[in-house]
Write a protein that binds this ligand. Structure first.
Ligand code: AOF
Ligand code: ZN
Length: 360
């Protein structure tokens, strides 16, 4: 199952609203277990993993064990149900990890397998599988996109220096890892403060993955976006959405639309200058977005933490010291450990990369 979960990660974020699932078909003919078929949900979401693994295994599927990272589907979509295909192929045993909350499946996949006489062992490494399926599971459970908050922090707990634009806290390897996270997310979100300070492009710049740049979403309630900024200049190449109040400057809005920008209307938290995030995220979910990566700045990050909207927190700690004038990080390591579950720690040169998962 661990191998299947790793394999499924290959297409994570690249299968539309469908989760990236993997299937390994394993048999033991006396010389130890061997993988005779492997499949992963195709780019865009179809065909499903089981179809590919079964066709690779052919006759060898008979009597074999199938390891699936998600309960096999039970519905007739553009392809027949995977649970029926496993039965028809003569598979003897199915080991599955995560349960499928899609109401068209939700236990019915396992029921088809059992009725077909297969041995079923559900919930094996369910927690590990769920962490990669988190965007898909979040959309079903919470009705909004899965939110990852990521920021880099200096050794003295700062994310930048007042008035000095972008400060490079982390090194090239950690930066490339960030771009990989971008490539696997539907949208990347920042506040207008970050745009004015850094003039970022927010694109994925990994060789071969540039076309995987996610949609860019900018919290810009008062429409401060300027035509000369990178985001506007590249809007025809990478989709760019401004979250703006309905009563913002009309002429400016028209000019930005002409440059290829689109808009989502937002409500404000009463009596403040902040966007009402839970309402916005309900709308983004209804628009079909499954995952959003929040990348800055400090006050936007703090608002997401305050609203309880952070499902995954990525904290990258560099060994640079910022000193006086530093902008304090919205959350420090110790507090993150209290509020979240520390799932993974990695090291890229001098940079330490921590991934936390929400406890609910
Ligand atoms: C599987 N194997 O590899 C995946 C599954 O629109 P459809 O017909 O493709 O159905 C989408 C649903 O299929 C999705 O909500 C989830 O329940 C399931 N995904 N199931 O058996 C797979 N990706
Ligand atoms: Zn299926």
């Amino acid at each position: 199952m661990a191998a299947a979960i790793r394999y499924a990660m290959r297409h994570s974020g690249l299968t539309g609203t469908n989760p990236s699932v993997a299937t390994l078909i394993v048999r033991d003919d006396g010389q130890g277990p061997r993988i005779v078929g492997r499949g992963i949900t195709a780019l865009g979401g179809r065909p499903h993993a089981e179809a590919k693994a079964l066709s690779e295994a052919g006759e060898k599927a008979r009597g074999a064990t199938a390891y699936v990272t998600l309960e096999p589907c039970a519905h007739h979509g553009r392809t027949p149900p995977c649970a029926e295909a496993l039965v028809a192929a003569g598979v003897a045993r199915v080991v599955s990890a995560a349960a499928d909350p899609d109401p068209r499946v939700d236990g019915k996949g396992h029921a088809i397998l059992q009725a077909g006489g297969l041995a079923v062992r559900p919930r094996v490494m369910a927690r590990e599988a769920a962490s990669d399926l988190a965007p898909y599971l979040a959309r079903h459970a919470k009705g909004r996109p899965h939110v990852t908050l990521k920021f880099a922090m200096s050794s003295d707990g700062c994310i930048g220096r007042e008035g000095s634009g972008q400060v490079f806290i982390t090194g090239p390897t950690a930066n490339r890892q960030t771009h990989l996270v971008r490539a696997r997310t539907d949208a990347i979100l920042v506040g207008m403060g970050t745009v004015t300070e850094d003039d970022p492009s927010l694109e994925c710049r990994l060789p071969g993955l540039a076309e995987r740049s996610p949609r860019r979403i900018i919290l810009d309630p008062d429409l401060r976006m300027e035509p000369g900024l990178q985001l506007v200049r590249t809007a025809r190449r990478t989709r760019t959405t401004l979250v703006t109040r309905a009563d913002a400057d009309r002429a400016k809005r028209v000019a930005l639309s002409d440059a290829g920008i689109d808009f989502v209307a937002c409500a404000m938290v009463p009596g403040t200058t902040r966007v009402a995030l839970p309402e916005l995220f309900e709308d983004l979910g209804a628009m079909g977005l499954q995952s959003v990566l929040v990348e800055g700045g400090a006050s936007v990050a703090a608002s997401f933490l305050e609203a309880g909207l952070v499902d995954r927190l990525i904290l990258v700690v560099g060994d640079l010291e910022i000193g006086p004038g530093g902008i304090a990080a919205p959350i420090l390591f110790a507090e993150a450990c209290e509020r979240f579950h520390l799932r993974e720690r990695l090291r890229f040169g001098a940079d330490r990369w921590f991934e936390f998962e929400s406890r609910n």
